[in-house]
Ligand binder design. Structure first.
Ligand code: CA
Length: 515
């Protein structure tokens, strides 16, 4: 390219930082903060040395919240910097991403960044705003996953997390080195059905894990929503979840190694004929073996990418982010899965390293969100954000400075119902101490079938096992939070009624009264 042409191109592009940082965004699916050693869970479930490096060399965000705790909607919020009710992606059942809308990769691409997404996409329509995309169709498979590369279906042999790491590094090797880059390296793991790599089977040496205090939660002290859900180890856990049957799509050789680990243990389980609490305990330990085995793979993938950045001298001018699309239950309340405004699913891990800018070893405890990421990346690159974006740049927080007007409350919304886990739609306001939420069952006729409020006080009840909504001592708190909730809904342009399609394709029909 001639120098004159280059100058023209630079002039035509929007403003960009003088030495724009590269961005490596590593995004996993359903990774609980309890399963990252840097977050210091008291159960000490796992050691994640590579992910922890980002906490040591950068900033650990301790209260990064998601606006709608499920996969697709979270991904749409990361890309658009908007809530589900503004970007139109409400649920995993029938939402399709409107790919014509503004996203941060599109804005970075326009500003001269080279952009790529590799791994899990899960937004139904094809990616836009990327020079290169190589994605799993839908949820994707753990073993030998078919993928789609720039529109063409391709076959691969291997374990999904390893492949995504390798393809990410391959793309970095082949990239146009004259441009800054955005790489979104997005893992399927540790999503259900939690299938570890063969080398990680038996990683925990049959450890019996400490149990969360609420493993046998009786759901008293709260409304019908927590009792009506279908996401318990006791009742919802399937034979595939328990690996009593092998996961799909393995080669014969892979299956042989797989069975060498699971078959004798499954036989012992069948012979023991466990029931009640003992059955739940067995499932809890099997679940954690498999889930944490997946995390071992993700941590190694992070290690490979960090090593590549080190070896190539790229680490210095590259922002590396590790984040999950939401948190996850690791037996708390007897559950797996996500969806709720409760802490384990509302909070997601967020670790950011940016040499020279992010305060080394800093812990940020402000209310932050993945809805802030789009504006953060644009700010770091010196590219103006879209005025419709609903978050705020985290750059000052990365530098250890909290802006005076930083949010003191956060709006949450969840829609998908009743399938797949019967978690009632709800929305609410979250502060450092409290959560006020309205639960409701939508009907085709528009009038909710169930409609009630709950109040949680994390100072008095950190495990969120009791609603204080009816307690007269909290009357003023409820009033204040309701006012704040209305302010947030107005500010975030939340419609009074969500559209019917927000709840998914299986909306509850109203039972007709017999005449
Ligand atoms: Ca997810």
């Amino acid at each position: 390219m001639s120098r004159a042409l280059l100058v023209l191109l630079v002039l035509a592009a929007p403003a960009i930082a003088a030495d724009p940082p590269n961005i490596v965004f590593i995004f996993s699916d359903d990774h609980a903060f309890q399963a990252i050693s840097a977050y210091g869970d008291p159960r000490k479930l796992i050691d994640t040395p590579n992910i922890d490096r980002l906490a040591k060399e950068g900033v650990r965000f301790d209260r990064c919240l998601v606006p709608n705790s499920i996969c697709g909607p979270s991904r749409a919020s990361v890309l658009t910097g908007k809530y589900s009710h503004r970007n139109g992606f409400y649920n995993n059942s029938n939402s399709r991403f409107d790919s014509s809308q503004v996203t941060f990769p599109k804005l970075l691409q326009k500003a001269g960044y080279q952009t790529a997404i590799i791994g899990k996409w899960h937004l139904v329509t094809d990616p836009t705003g990327f020079d290169y995309w190589h994605i799993l169709p839908g949820q994707g498979l753990y073993y030998n996953p078919p993928m789609i590369r720039n529109g063409t279906r391709v076959k691969h042999e291997g374990y999904v997390t390893d492949l995504i790491a390798d393809f990410s590094i391959e793309w970095l090797k082949k990239r146009d080195k004259s441009k800054p880059f955005l790489l979104m390296s997005q893992h399927k793991a540790p999503h259900r059905e939690w299938a570890p790599a063969l080398r990680h089977l038996g990683h925990n040496k049959d450890r019996k894990y400490p149990e969360p205090e609420t493993l046998f939660d009786d759901y008293s002290g709260r409304g019908v929503a927590v009792r009506d859900q279908d996401m318990t180890l006791a009742k919802t856990f399937t034979a595939l979840d328990a690996k009593l049957v092998p996961v799909p799509n393995m080669t014969e050789e892979q299956r042989t190694s797989w069975n060498a680990y699971y078959a004798p243990r499954n036989q012992a389980y069948q012979q023991a004929k466990l029931e009640g609490k003992e059955l739940v305990r067995w499932r809890y330990n099997r679940y954690l073996h498999d889930y944490l085995g997946c995390i071992k793979g993700v941590d190694e993938a992070v290690g490979k990418l960090l090593k590549y950045l080190d070896d190539e001298g790229l680490a210095k001018n590259t922002i590396v982010v590790y984040c999950s699309d939401q948190g996850f239950y690791l037996g708390e309340h007897g559950w797996f899965d996500k969806r709720w405004i409760f802490e384990e699913s509302l909070r997601t891990p967020l670790l950011v390293r940016w040499p020279g800018r992010a305060k080394v070893g800093h812990v940020d405890r402000n209310l932050t969100s993945i809805v802030d990421l789009a504006q953060t990346f644009l700010d770091a690159a010196g590219v103006p954000a879209d005025p419709e974006m609903q978050g705020a740049s985290l750059v000052p927080l990365l530098e250890g400075k909290t802006p005076e007007n930083w949010r003191k409350s956060f709006y949450y919304e969840y829609f998908e119902y009743p399938a797949p886990h019967r978690v009632m739609p709800h929305y609410g306001v979250v502060t450092n101490r409290f959560k006020l939420a309205r639960f409701y069952v939508p009907t085709l006729e528009g009038k909710p079938k169930v409609d009630y409020w709950e109040l949680y006080d994390r100072e008095k009840d950190p495990l969120e096992t009791k609603s204080f909504f009816q307690d007269p001592a909290y009357a003023d708190t409820v009033k204040e939070l309701q006012t704040e909730l209305e302010r947030l809904r107005k500010d975030l342009k939340v419609p009074d009624q969500p559209p019917k399609e927000a709840f998914g394709s299986l909306l509850m029909p109203v039972k007709k009264k017999k005449k």
